[in-house]
Design a protein around this ligand. Structure first.
Ligand SMILES: O=C(O)c1cc(=O)[nH]c(=O)n1[C@@H]1O[C@H](COP(=O)(O)O)[C@@H](O)[C@H]1O
Length: 285
């Protein structure tokens, strides 16, 4: 498969444009890299930084040139301290060199001045963990994300802001009403719509909306990408995406981790191709 998706000619385009081009070429699937301990076991690997490296580079070698987007879960790399973070850094570089986009799933969120530190690590062009997009948490206030928004705009990176998450506890906060009237999730989606207002096709500021939520009254038309985790292991299905996302379904980035990784080192390519075909059909690629 070709490597031209986000080569040097595309690195200077904003994340939203690169994402659309990558999904058009390779299909919409995002493979989550979540090296759970039970998966290391199932792959016959030790629960050590070396096992983590073998697992992660196995995924990279098998899929980097055929899948558009990867989402390494920082927690499973942090579990091994600096040795684990080094694997995350290396994997991110290798995936991007192979033309894939990398969303680091670290769900960062803090007061504005601290947010600037995270932005320098993950979103600045020359940051040590420079990636294409970062998941962030808006629960210190949407405005607290401003330093990350500023750095992302400057470097051409993107953000995915938690809106309607896939876990059953999410609605307790996310569907609560703010003093101004909209729900917390609705206020996040409004903020994102504002950030993407000037983008041509797909803006760079996305929302996280779980594939498990079954349906929502919120307006998901944010002119930006909608990261949909919760597929496979958490019960979300390709067919269910139309019901959750309605007319915004073409902007969905369907993300699956355990469902693909559980296929084992020799089954990864077939599992990813199968999932990609199913999402292509449903999302209209
Ligand atoms: O931001 C995320 O990616 C995320 C948001 C959400 O609402 N639900 C959710 O499951 N995730 C992440 O997506 C991945 C789901 O993994 P699987 O259930 O194995 O596909 C994990 O890394 C979660 O942390």
């Amino acid at each position: 498969m070709s490597n031209q998706l986000v080569g040097s000619d595309m690195r200077n385009k904003p994340f939203g444009a690169r994402l659309r081009a990558a999904m058009d070429t390779r299909g919409p699937l995002c493979v989550g890299i979540d090296p759970h301990q039970h998966l290391l076991d199932a792959w016959g690997l030790p629960d050590t930084a070396e096992g983590l490296a073998s697992f992660t580079y196995g995924v990279v070698d098998a899929l980097a040139d055929r899948v558009a987007v990867f989402k390494p879960q920082s927690a499973f790399f942090e579990r091994f301290g600096s040795a684990g973070i080094a694997v995350l850094e290396q994997a991110t570089i290798r995936l991007r060199d192979a033309g894939a986009l990398v969303i680091i799933d670290a769900k960062r969120g803090d007061i504005g001045s601290t947010m600037g530190g995270y932005a320098a690590a993950y979103l600045a062009e020359k940051g040590p963990l420079a990636c294409d997009a970062l998941t962030v948490s808006p629960y210190l206030g949407f405005g607290s994300l401003q330093p990350a928004i500023d750095v992302a705009r400057e470097s051409g990176a993107g953000l995915f802001v938690l809106a309607l998450t896939s876990n059953p506890e999410g609605p307790q906060f996310q569907t609560a009403r703010t003093a101004d009237g909209p729900t917390v999730a609705g206020a996040v989606l409004d903020g994102l719509r504002g950030l993407n207002a000037d983008a041509d096709d797909l803006g760079s500021f996305g929302a996280v909306v779980g594939a498990t939520i079954s349906s929502t009254d919120e307006n998901l038309d944010i002119n930006g990408p909608l990261l949909a985790p919760g597929l496979g292991a958490q019960g979300g299905t390709a067919e269910g995406l139309t019901k959750v996302f309605g007319t915004a379904v073409r902007n969905v980035v369907p993300s699956s981790s355990r469902e693909i990784l559980g296929a084992g080192p020799t089954g990864l390519q077939a599992a990813a191709d199968r999932a990609n075909d199913a999402y292509r059909t449903v999302l209209g690629y």
